[in-house]
Write a new protein. Structure first.
Length: 182
């Protein structure tokens, strides 16, 4: 709800307190958040009691969320002591068997991680939140221009990118958080 109010403030006219565009804006916000999660290869959206399954034999597990907490790791149904792994909450990474310097026990989908992840709507990192709202504002303003590949600004400059693409400065912030999968 706070993202909706912030988006309305950023957009200004024709969005007003009447709520005429609330449904559309909520859809655009949800779409931008989903696309950002997909682009970064990890979710910022809040989820409690999330479960993720991994194949064993790895030293590092990349959870599907950023900002993780309450992490519990199970190998073959048995809980692993929290002394045997380290969690890096901001990145959503769990590094296994720090003490023994060995990977999690080998096996196919034998490592289960239960955790809380993501951010509440009003707790997103400020730079990320600001850029996502900018993208929402842009998509709202250009909603009637599908397929548009250039935008002229009042100062005479022209930007060339499609309506469905990330704005360059938004993409720059997303790239800083993006996971690289090799």
């Amino acid at each position: 709800m706070t993202m909706l109010m912030d988006a309305k403030t950023l957009i200004g006219t024709p969005v007003d307190v009447s709520g005429n565009y609330d449904g559309l804006l909520e859809d655009i916000i949800a779409g931008v958040l989903e696309e950002a999660d997909e682009f970064m290869d990890a979710s910022c959206q809040r989820q409690e009691d999330a479960e993720a399954w991994f194949d064993g034999g790895e030293k590092v597990l990349y959870l599907p969320h950023f900002n993780v907490s309450g992490v519990a790791v199970y190998e073959n149904g048995v809980i692993v002591s929290s002394d045997d792994y380290a969690v890096y909450p901001g990145t959503g990474m769990a590094a296994g068997k720090i003490v023994a310097d060995t990977p999690f026990r080998r096996g196919n989908r034998n490592v289960k991680v239960v955790y809380d992840g993501g951010y509440e709507e009003n707790d997103y990192p400020k730079a990320l939140r600001r850029k996502l709202l900018k993208q929402v504002s842009y998509e709202f303003r250009r909603r009637s221009d599908p397929g548009l590949s250039a935008v002229s600004y009042p100062d005479g400059t022209v930007q060339k990118f499609a309506i469905g693409e990330w704005l360059p400065d938004v993409e720059e912030v997303l790239l800083r958080r993006r996971r690289i999968c090799l």
